[in-house]
Design a protein around this ligand. Structure first.
Ligand SMILES: Cc1cc2nc3c(=O)[nH]c(=O)nc-3n(C[C@H](O)[C@H](O)[C@H](O)COP(=O)(O)OP(=O)(O)OC[C@H]3O[C@@H](n4cnc5c(N)ncnc54)[C@H](O)[C@@H]3O)c2cc1C
Length: 315
């Protein structure tokens, strides 16, 4: 019997797509019940969004001032208290920054190991996950006599449908919170463009773009086709773009319907981030670049000539 608690990811009052995908992952467990826990300063609105997700039994929300700026150190003890109070067998989070931060603490406080990046669920305690930068797939069998803590790989699941009507419950937890960690400030890169993690179209640039100024051609082309913008690690390390735009093993793992990359060679660490992309289009001036081995469409050419031509052709 599996009773699953999903830890909601949300920002600015909006439930994240990553959580919708985690709910879809949970459905594959053939669970007896799927509940969602929302930790927020005032979680009623996010909880109402979560309650619409298909297959969810109950959404529990905890209002607490510490959640105005979510911190793993204070969230984890509250999650553990909710897990124990609800007698859950599984605790799932998404593989977002917050999920990757908080879920190991939850596992540690529960005294169990955790499984990261579930990409395929084959039983209540049997899963597949990528390893070696996505070049191999592990099958994991977890012990059924312990609470299972895991994160779901967003790129592997569709978002849950929104035709549900789960029960809402305000939860009050009596937990002593650690005082060794406090919120200081947030420094985020804001963008009007679609979100890189969830956009159906993504355009990226690599070291071949050459400079921060040159990256303008990548932004303009992305805006022309309504795409999110990403980059290789070499482009990030060279300072062309901020590091939250990095795609790959140590960046964002994405699964857009269309992925177009310019001046990216196709190192395995980059490919680890785009394995689940639908159609991959690569433009590179080196016909031997490894990216062409995995591209559905490849164009050998100088990106500074190809992009204006593509823009004109698209109209
Ligand atoms: C532990 C570890 C983790 C890593 N994680 C990541 C990660 O998450 N993401 C990631 O991307 N990398 C990651 N890397 C780095 C990775 O190994 C590569 O170094 C990096 O992906 C290379 O980036 P690039 O393709 O932009 O640069 P390069 O490999 O230098 O390729 C640039 C390409 O641009 C082409 N080019 C140049 N000028 C033009 C032009 N005018 N028009 C068209 N093409 C042009 C060249 O032919 C070349 O193929 C990681 C490495 C390690 C060791």
């Amino acid at each position: 019997m599996s009773t699953i608690l999903i830890i909601a990811d949300h920002r600015d009052g909006q439930l994240s797509t990553a959580t919708r995908k985690t709910v879809r992952c949970a459905a594959d467990f053939d669970a007896d019940a799927i509940d969602i826990l929302v930790l927020a300063e005032d979680g009623a609105e996010v909880a109402a969004q979560a309650a619409r997700l298909s297959g969810v039994r109950r959404v529990r929300y905890v209002n607490h001032p510490t959640h105005a700026h979510p911190m793993a150190a204070t969230a984890a003890p509250q999650i553990v208290a909710a897990v124990k109070a609800g007698d859950y067998s599984h605790v799932l989070g998404s593989n977002s920054s917050f999920g990757k931060d908080v879920m190991p603490r939850v596992a540690a406080l529960l005294g169990v190991a955790m499984v990261t990046d579930l990409m395929h669920v084959t039983g209540a305690y049997e899963f597949q996950r990528p390893t070696y930068a996505g070049n191999a797939v592990d099958t994991i069998v977890a012990p059924a006599d312990r609470i299972l803590v895991a994160t779901a790989r967003g790129a592997s699941f569709e978002p849950a449908a929104e035709d549900g009507d789960a029960e809402l419950e305000a939860l009050s937890l009596d937990v002593e919170l650690p005082t060794h960690t406090r919120f200081v400030s947030t420094d985020t890169h804001t963008s009007e463009r679609p979100d890189l993690g969830t956009a159906p179209r993504v355009v990226t640039g690599g070291r071949g773009v050459g400079s921060e100024e040159n990256f303008r051609v990548i932004y303009d082309f992305a805006d022309h086709i309504g795409a999110a913008v990403g980059a290789s690690r070499a482009a990030v390390d060279a300072g062309y773009v901020p590091n939250d735009m990095q795609v790959g093993q140590t960046g964002k793992i994405i699964a857009p319907e269309l992925y177009i990359c310019f001046g990216i060679s196709g190192a395995i660490q980059h490919l680890a981030g785009i394995k689940d992309a639908g159609t991959i289009v690569a433009v590179n001036k080196d016909e031997d670049a490894p990216i062409f081995e995995i591209a559905d469409y490849g164009l050998v050419g100088d990106l500074f000539e190809v992009i204006p031509a593509l823009t004109r052709a698209i109209g």
